[in-house]
Design a protein around this ligand. Sequence first.
Ligand SMILES: [Zn+2]
Length: 130
Amino acid sequence: MTIEGSCLCGTVRWRFDGLPESATACNCTACRRYGTLWAYDYEGEGIHVTGPTTAHIRGKALGFHFCATCGCVAFWRSLQTNDDGRRRIAVNLRLSEPEAVARIPIEHFDGLETFEDLGRDGRCVADYWF
Ligand SMILES: [Zn+2]
């Protein structure tokens, strides 16, 4: 199984191989503004991205990549690779078709204060569309 995402105008695209175990909803100062739902893996492994992006670099850790034409936040990517050379990346599941991701469980992450995983509460991506 493969899930695909695309920005509104189609310039930026991503592919997630397999079905994500969860979709992370985060309340940090960036994610709460973007309204993103993240699925994580490593670039060039479970996740592939294509198309030109503009990045908002946050601190020393990562950049949020968005389409300069239509403004969609498509993914974030670590600025550094791990010791083993792999690069962490996460795609915004809101860029995929609703049916493809509807039943993925939401994982809550407190990125604002405690930086702790708060786990699941039974809701899934379908509960978050609107
Ligand atoms: Zn676009």
